[in-house]
Design a protein around this ligand. Structure first.
Ligand code: CA
Length: 230
């Protein structure tokens, strides 16, 4: 299998080169851009699998670039990880747009960066028609059906989308705001309490099917899907 290609969009050359060095060592192919203009050129010429986009760029913000990439059908399969200086920057933005697949706060270790890239690339490969499995659960993305130990779990459309999102993003905590962005959509105005209502319904359905405790409440932070217990 060919190595995944990563586009690094960062204007600070030492940081960009440091990232490229570690990614090459981890077995990835890299292409580098110092601004959005050259990033877009490289996207067209090189067709990377994933773009690492720095928040602060000279000609356009990394967020604007991400938004543009995510809107463009040519980049449908492109995964984007944003690099931010502070995690609250991302939270602020996630509330507005929610375009990136993940974000990493600087400073980060090369090991963390590689782990995040691997996780995002793995997720990006989950496309329609695939079956996602976790513990006793099976989610058939083509038929929109969920089973627990081969027993059908009946879910409403929102609970289904919520479960699909959580199953494809396991072992990570998502705040209510993040879940609203990722499951309901960034421009939909829904109260955060709505998330709790649907989580409750989903939990009830899973419990009835014998698959309880997969959706965990993380006090003060949000929810997490995990089959490893809380
Ligand atoms: Ca920068």
């Amino acid at each position: 299998m060919a190595a995944s290609k990563i586009l690094i969009v960062e204007d600070e050359a030492p940081i960009r080169e440091m990232i490229a060095f570690h990614l090459v060592r981890a077995g990835y192919e890299t292409v580098e851009a110092g601004d959005c203009r050259s990033a877009r050129q490289l996207l067209a010429d090189e067709r990377p699998d994933l773009a690492l986009v720095d928040w602060m760029l000279p000609d356009m913000s990394g967020l604007e670039l991400t938004r543009m990439l995510k809107r463009d059908e040519d980049n449908e399969d492109l995964a984007v990880i944003m690099l931010t200086a502070r995690s609250d920057e991302y939270d602020k933005v996630a509330g507005l747009e929610g375009g990136a697949d993940d974000y990493i706060t600087k400073p980060f270790s090369p090991r963390e960066l590689v782990a995040r890239i691997q996780a995002v690339l793995r997720r990006a490969k989950t496309t329609d028609g695939e079956t996602i499995r976790a513990g006793v659960l099976e989610l058939d993305t083509a038929g929109h059906r969920v089973t627990a130990d081969d027993v059908e779990v009946r879910l409403g459309p929102t609970e289904y989308r919520l479960l699909r999102f959580l199953m494809t993003h396991p072992d990570r905590v998502y705040s209510r705001t993040q879940l609203l962005d990722r499951v309901w959509g960034a421009n939909v105005y829904v109260e955060e309490r709505t998330v709790d209502v649907h989580v409750r319904r989903l939990r009830k359905a899973l419990t009835e099917a014998g698959a309880d405790e997969y959706i965990q409440t993380v006090r003060g932070a949000g929810y997490r899907f995990s089959t490893r217990g809380s």
